[in-house]
Design a protein around this ligand. Structure first.
Ligand code: SF4
Length: 320
């Protein structure tokens, strides 16, 4: 074997698809007030079905309620409660719910083993194009989120969305910013390089980011990012096995959460774990499950979360 490639056996819970932003490329959102929120009992039924099925991570992925909305507090409580529920049923939660206040982030730290927010791209040019109706995509605000996560010692996943109207120089600048934040706080566990992949719901008409370009971006990203940050590629968005293997040869070492549905890219189903395993094996790579927190960060967690993580670490990998 020439090496190990990891993935997280995951299931995504969506508290709500409603989002007050309107990114042109979005295939997820529903207008505010038009989507019934997930109830605790629905979530509980789903999670109970998933117990002992090899799923470790529960990704809580939510559309955003405006920070000034009178519904913000109820929305936040739902997310918090779903994390607590997932923990109580033996799973490890990882939340990505858009920009949060410092206090919200601080509270979610107590019920999440890691959290995430895509930086996407730092160039302000996109605020005039694909992000013109997306106030949450103001680059400074997202950088601030990464800095707060660092201050709070939250193991964090971020990443770039490639092919939404930026230039290659913009990629390097965004990666540099992530590298600088990590050098200061040491909290970035993974950087996702996500190729823009058009779907059926979006309003934007633009060609996909060709996966053939990815290996070159990965090589440069590895030069820019500190060595301890893992580069993650979503395998369903690089559907050609040849190019997936080229991404790994270029330095990507993680395939992210692999579950029944990619909620952000619903038109791109995941390959099964067995298919991925075979593709990787054909080139001598070993596919191994991982937890949503990398071991070097365990000590950052409050004691009850450390205990939950430890019981997963004690489990044989074959039990996943
Ligand atoms: S991409 Fe995210 S922030 Fe933008 S509209 Fe969709 S759900 Fe909202």
């Amino acid at each position: 074997m020439s090496g190990i490639v990891t993935y997280s056996p995951a299931y995504t819970l969506v508290p709500t698809y409603e989002c007050f932003n309107r990114c042109d490329y979005c295939n997820f959102r529903v207008d505010p007030g038009k989507d019934p929120w997930m109830t605790r009992s629905v979530a509980e039924n789903i999670l109970k079905e998933l117990q002992h099925q090899g799923v470790c991570e529960i990704l809580i992925l939510s559309g955003e309620v405006h920070p000034q909305s009178s519904r913000r507090q109820v929305w936040f409580e739902l997310i918090y409660n779903l994390c607590e529920l997932a923990l109580s049923l033996g799973f490890l939660p990882h939340t990505n719910a858009g920009p949060l206040s410092f206090t919200e982030m601080q509270q979610l730290k107590t019920v999440n083993v890691s959290m995430g927010l895509m930086l996407e791209q730092l160039t302000p040019a996109l605020l005039n194009t694909v992000h013109r109706f997306a106030p949450s995509k103001i680059p400074e605000m997202r950088l601030q989120q990464l800095a707060w996560a660092g201050e709070l010692q939250i193991p964090f996943t971020t990443g770039l969305l490639l092919g939404i109207g930026e230039t290659p120089n913009d990629w390097w600048e965004t990666l540099e910013a992530i590298a600088q934040l990590h050098l200061h706080y040491g909290h970035i566990q993974e950087v996702i390089l996500q190729p823009y992949s058009p779907g059926n719901q979006q309003t934007w008409n633009a060609p996909r980011f060709e996966p053939q370009q990815l290996p070159e971006v990965i090589v440069k990203a590895k030069e820019i990012l500190p060595a301890e940050i893992t580069i993650q590629i979503p395998p369903n968005l690089v559907p050609d096995p040849e190019w997936l293997l080229a991404c790994i040869a270029a330095g990507a070492r993680d395939l992210g959460g692999v579950g029944p549905k990619d909620e952000v890219n619903p038109d791109y189903p995941h390959l099964t774990r067995e298919d991925l395993l075979q593709i990787l094996k054909s080139a001598g790579w070993q596919l191994t499950p991982r937890l949503p927190i990398y071991p070097q960060y365990d000590k950052w967690l409050p004691q009850h979360l450390q205990t939950a993580v430890q019981s997963w670490r004690n489990m044989s990998l074959a039990a996943f």
